[in-house]
Design a protein around this ligand. Structure first.
Ligand code: ZN
Length: 303
């Protein structure tokens, strides 16, 4: 099938999903600098922070201070991740533009990640979505482990469909299908996107891939072929997989943009500038990162 997508919106998740799973902790000022550099490249949606317990997740400590320092008035929507109503309330007070809530398709993963059964997290989604409406904020839902779970193995598509149906009922504004542990293949992407569309007709969809098993970029291509126009990625491909300590991270934003731009799909982002951000980030983290285009350079070479 010929792709009809002519424009893709990148949701840059490096400051949250990326840094949260990186061995190096960046302080608040460096995280603000990272976000500011991203804004300068033309990125319009950034998952900036997570409102979780600072002690449990030190990489995300100081979420309020980060939000207080990000550039405003430049048309960027900042997303704050919340796993419960307390996190949601903090996100609103901190001035996020969007809230992202998470349910894990796998019950075991949900229990480990969020300390609650999936059913409870799903029930709370209705409260969060209604609070978001009252606050006038869009509220997206990420379905984590939608393509597979490290504990339960294969995830039944019907489970994701049911979550999608409930998300639509709750008034969730966008549904993210996340391959949290990087196990999906293009066929899985095609199947799950179709299932989500059938379960929640008209729902905005977003896809989130990790490159854990080197299928991240080809999955992004499959998503675009399936008509998905919103994709998550992290600059320099930072991040990781909490259950595969040596694994690579999210798909790299510069790798994704390279593919999309060469296919004639616009993103509105200055790729050479983003590559500079990736190099700066690698320096700030003090270790090698995973994305490839920053190393290889552009083709044709940028003037
Ligand atoms: Zn992720």
């Amino acid at each position: 099938m010929q792709s009809e997508v002519k424009q893709v919106q990148l949701v840059e998740v490096g400051p949250r999903d990326g840094l949260q799973n990186d061995p190096t902790l960046l302080d608040v000022d460096t995280r603000i600098e990272f976000i500011t550099r991203l804004v300068d490249t033309g990125v319009k949606r950034i998952e900036a922070v997570s409102f979780v317990n600072d002690k449990r997740v030190p990489a995300m400590a100081g979420a309020e201070a980060v939000m207080a320092g990000v550039p405003r008035g430049r048309g960027v929507s900042y997303i704050g991740l919340a796993l419960n109503t307390r996190g949601f309330d903090r996100a609103v007070l901190a001035g996020v533009d969007e809230v992202n809530y998470v349910v894990c398709a796998s019950d075991t993963f949900n229990q480990r990640n969020q300390g609650a059964p999936r059913a409870a997290t799903l029930a709370a989604m209705h409260d969060i979505a209604s609070k978001a409406r009252d606050a006038g904020l869009p509220c997206s839902l990420t379905v984590a482990t939608a393509f597979g779970c490290p504990f339960e193995g294969e995830v039944d598509v019907a489970v994701v469909s049911e979550i999608a149906r409930q998300a639509a009922d709750a008034g969730i504004t966008e549904l993210g299908l996340a391959d949290t542990i990087g196990v999906a293949t293009p066929l899985n992407v095609k199947t799950l996107v179709a299932a989500a569309r059938a379960a929640a007709p008209g729902m905005a969809l977003r896809c989130h891939f990790h490159n854990t098993r080197n299928t991240g970029i080809v999955n992004a291509y499959a998503a675009v072929e399936a008509g998905i126009s919103v994709l998550d990625a992290s600059t320099a491909g930072i991040g990781g997989c909490p259950f595969a300590p040596k694994a690579t991270g999210n798909i790299g934003s510069e790798d994704l943009l390279y593919m999309l731009h060469r296919m004639g799909i616009e993103t509105g982002i200055d790729l050479p500038k983003l590559i500079e951000v990736a190099k700066w980030l690698e320096g700030a983290l003090g270790h090698a990162t995973f994305a490839q285009v920053s190393r290889a350079g552009l083709f044709p070479a940028a003037a």
